[in-house]
Design a protein. Structure first.
Length: 260
């Protein structure tokens, strides 16, 4: 039976670059995102990049029930997923009292609800088969919750906690769960307002292909969590040596608009 790697959010940014690298390694891929036209053109490009089979499914994973529906469709189509990459995610920057609750709830469904749902379904199958890999994309903010990204930071703290505990639970099952923690990365994820903050001036975003190269290494051979890039690794450790109050003050400044 052919084995597939399922990548969510594979039409842009880190997910797209990962898909390109995996296609070049002749892997069979299932890619998913919301927009059919984009999926179709990415699938065509991936088919030219390697010899693996490339399937795609459109799904809006911010909607309740869509992750389970996606799983059912993949099973009904007889595809055997041995590797799952929970990459799709959105950010939200702004004063919590100004941002829209509907956007926050949709983000929680996408960044958290659908990750748990896809992991639940596929992890059960993988455990039954005695092997598999799941990689969840968290963030530097999993370690450093930032003001003005309160709900986003919380979704990524969830992903880190969920992935690390699940990795330990599944230790002896043959299923390996890893967590990728990128710092700022130059993708459409970032809005103009995010680009204007001190954080992006102080810690230059990495390119999506550099992040994807680390991601693919972690996915194929790694264990545990990986903070991408030395700078980000260093920053993630600052809370260990910095008093909480001072740390939050620094983060609030970093997340504020830079004065020109
Ligand atoms: N960029 C950064 O600075 C950064 C830093 C740390 C962590 N991350 C994390 O890295 C992951 C990938 O981010 P990225 O920067 O590569 O983002 P991106 O370039 O904006 O790509 C996001 C992908 O997710 C898909 N997507 C968005 N909303 C969706 C929905 N409702 N349902 C299904 N798919 C959806 C998008 O396709 P459609 O729009 O067509 O659906 C796209 O393929 C995210 O989990 C993000 O939180 C990013």
């Amino acid at each position: 039976m052919m084995s597939y790697t399922l990548i969510t959010g594979a039409t842009s940014g880190i997910g797209l670059e990962m898909a390109k690298l995996l296609a070049a390694k002749q892997q069979n891929l299932i890619i998913t995102a919301r927009h059919d036209d984009k999926l179709q053109s990415v699938a065509t490009m991936l088919r030219e990049a390697g010899t693996g089979d490339i399937k795609y499914y459109a799904a809006d994973l911010a909607q309740n029930g869509e992750a389970s529906r996606l799983y059912q469709t993949i099973i009904e189509d007889g595809l055997h997923v041995t590797t799952l990459v929970n990459n799709a995610g959105v950010g939200l920057y702004g004063n919590f009292t100004d941002t829209y609750l509907a956007d926050e709830l949709a983000m929680i469904q996408l960044n958290v609800g659908s990750v748990v749902t896809l992991t639940k379904h596929f992890a059960r199958d993988m455990v039954a088969n005695g092997s598999g890999r799941i990689m969840n994309v968290a963030s530097l903010l999993s370690f450093l919750p930032f003001p003005y990204y309160s709900v986003y930071s919380a979704t990524k703290a969830f992903i880190l906690a969920f992935s690390e505990t699940l990795a330990a639970e599944l230790e002896d099952t043959g299923v390996i769960v890893t967590t990728l923690c990128p710092g700022p990365t130059d993708t459409p994820f970032n809005t103009d307002a995010m680009w204007r903050t001190n954080a992006y001036k102080a810690n230059k975003p990495m390119t999506a292909d550099a992040v994807a190269a680390t991601a693919v290494r972690l996915l194929l051979n790694g264990r545990g969590k990986k903070i991408v890039g030395f700078n980000n690794w260093f920053i993630s450790n600052l809370p260990r040596i910095t008093p909480d109050k001072l740390m939050m003050k620094i983060k609030k400044r970093l997340a504020s608009p830079a004065s020109q």
